[in-house]
Design a protein around this ligand. Structure first.
Ligand SMILES: [Zn+2]
Length: 260
C-alpha cells in the first residue's frame, strides 16, 4: 500500500527539511546543558564526544574555561536560569552570559523555562535560535521561525528524563528511527558520575550548594562503578558514529532558516 502523503513533498518548502531525516537517519545533533557542573565534568563530556569524532552544542550556565575558547567541534550556546529572577528580573540573564560567550547564537532555558518574554529578550540580544522545548521521544520534531524571527526547535531525548522516569539504559530508548529532528541532550555532572539514576546524582550533589566549586578529589570517588549514564553515552556515541549520519550543531539547523 502506498502512503497518501509523501513526506518529501509535504516539506519541500520547509527550510529545515535537510535536518528532518526524510530519507532515513541522516543527521542528528548532540547537546549538553552544563547546569553549573565543575569544569572537569564538562571537559569529560568534551573528551568523550571528541573521541567519537562528533559535534557538540554546549549550553553554558556560567564561565567554564573549556567553553570560553572551545575546541573546533564545539558550538557554545547559553543556558540562562530564567526560573530565578535577579535584581533586574530576567532582563540581564542572556546579556550576562553573552559577555562571557559573545559567539553564542542560541539558547536553551534551564528547566525549559521559556516564554515569549524570553524569546523577545533572546532576539533583542541578537540570538538566532532557541531549543528549550522537549518533545520526549516524539517523531517529526520540527523547527519553525517564530513571530520575533527566532528559530525554535525541539529536542527529543535527554539523560535526565531517562533516569528520572526509572527507564532502562537501553539504546533503543534514544529515538533515531523515523523522520524529524534528532536532538539528544546530556548533562555533564550526570555523565561524569556515571549515574545509574537521578537519586544517585541528588545524593552526591546535595553537599555542594555551589556545584561549580565541587573539587574533583571529592567527586571522583563517587563515580558509579556499574553501568550508568557515562557508559551509556559511550555506547550511544559509538552507535551514532557507526550510523554514518551527519553530526550537526544547532546553529547549522538555525542558519537554514536564514537562507529561506
Ligand atoms: Zn538546565
Amino acid at each position: 500500500m502506498t502512503s497518501l502523503i509523501d513526506p518529501s513533498e509535504l516539506f519541500q518548502d520547509d527550510p529545515f527539511r535537510d535536518f528532518y531525516n526524510l530519507d532515513g537517519f541522516t543527521s542528528f545533533a548532540l547537546t549538553t546543558d552544563v547546569d553549573w557542573a565543575p569544569d572537569f565534568c564538562v571537559e569529560d563530556v568534551l573528551e568523550l564526544v571528541a573521541s567519537a569524532g562528533l559535534r557538540l552544542t554546549a549550553f553554558a550556565t556560567h564561565r567554564t574555561e573549556a567553553l570560553v575558547q572551545p575546541p573546533s567541534f564545539v558550538e557554545v550556546g547559553l543556558h540562562p536560569d530564567t526560573t530565578r529572577p535577579g535584581a533586574e528580573g530576567i532582563r540581564r540573564k542572556i546579556p550576562d552570559l553573552l559577555e562571557i560567550y559573545p559567539e553564542a547564537r542560541g539558547l536553551r532555558a534551564h528547566r525549559n523555562f521559556f516564554g515569549q518574554n524570553v524569546a523577545q529578550l533572546a532576539k533583542a540580544s541578537g540570538l538566532d535560535y532557541d531549543a528549550s522545548v522537549l518533545h520526549w521521544r516524539q517523531p517529526f520534531c520540527q523547527a519553525e521561525i517564530d513571530q520575533y524571527g527566532l528559530v525554535r526547535m525541539a529536542y527529543n531525548w535527554e539523560d535526565g528524563i531517562q533516569a528520572d522516569r526509572g527507564l532502562p539504559w537501553s539504546l533503543d530508548w534514544v529515538p533515531v528511527a523515523g523522520p524529524g529532528l534528532k536532538i539528544f541532550n546530556v548533562h555533564p555532572i550526570f555523565i561524569y558520575l556515571n549515574c545509574p539514576d537521578d537519586d544517585y546524582r541528588r545524593r552526591v550533589v546535595k553537599d555542594y550548594p555551589d556545584l561549580t566549586r565541587a573539587p574533583r578529589s571529592a567527586l571522583a570517588p563517587c563515580i558509579h562503578d556499574g553501568y550508568g549514564a557515562r557508559r551509556f553515552l559511550i555506547d550511544l556515541l559509538a552507535k551514532l558514529k557507526a550510523s554514518g549520519a551527519r553530526s550537526v550543531w544547532l546553529r547549522e539547523i538555525a542558519s537554514a532558516g536564514r537562507r529561506s
